[in-house]
Design a binder for this molecule. Structure first.
Ligand SMILES: [Fe+2]
Length: 192
């Protein structure tokens, strides 16, 4: 089911995507897509991250809501490439500080697995499963190259919030609480 949302307002579109599909499972995790997004955004907010990084955390897995692959796609050795799908849509509407950490959040996992020996232990089983489909840990030279990316630091921060955002029944602000963060991250608002 591809979502048909009748609005040209990107913030309204995002809210509608979550309302229509946010209750779907987040892979095989114990939280829904919406709960996962809100928990990631809330972690960033509690750490006094910028509105753009908070928006990025909220939107980092929106690519999962934009395709029709089954939730057990990884069991069939399918990588949904949600980070690319999400970034391809978001780049039309949101500033690079939102889009680029999202595009890089899978690469950030591969990076952290390569450089942080304790990181792998915090990954959930579904995240370990998808790691293999996503190329496994980076090589030393891939990791060194990744560190040069202008949005490297934000991608790592987003990834840390992402990995924490899988706690059943955690209380967070509502989706509407993040409308301001999203509005402040729109391309036209910051380039005018
Ligand atoms: Fe995620």
């Amino acid at each position: 089911m591809t979502i048909e949302v009748e609005t040209s307002d990107p913030v309204a579109h995002v809210l509608e995507c979550f309302r229509l599909r946010g209750n779907s499972e987040y892979g095989k995790e114990a939280v829904s897509q919406l709960e996962h997004a809100l928990q990631a955004a809330y972690s960033a907010e509690q750490a006094n991250a910028s509105p753009q990084l908070i928006a990025a955390c909220l939107l980092h897995d929106v690519g999962h809501l934009l395709h029709d692959l089954p939730e057990d796609a990884p069991d069939h050795d399918i990588d949904d490439q949600h980070e690319q799908l999400g970034a391809a849509w978001l780049i039309e509407h949101f500033v690079p500080e939102v889009v680029e950490p999202i595009r890089l959040h899978v690469a950030a996992k591969r990076y952290l697995c390569a450089v942080d020996s304790e990181y792998f232990a915090v990954l959930s089983p579904p995240s370990v499963q998808s790691l293999h489909l996503q190329g496994g840990p980076m090589t030393e030279s891939q990791a060194a190259h990744f560190e040069q990316h202008p949005h490297f630091a934000e991608a790592i921060q987003l990834r840390r919030y992402d990995d924490q955002a899988k706690i059943p029944n955690l209380k967070t602000p509502s989706l509407e609480h993040y409308v301001d963060h999203l509005s402040q991250s729109l391309l036209t608002r910051t380039t005018n």
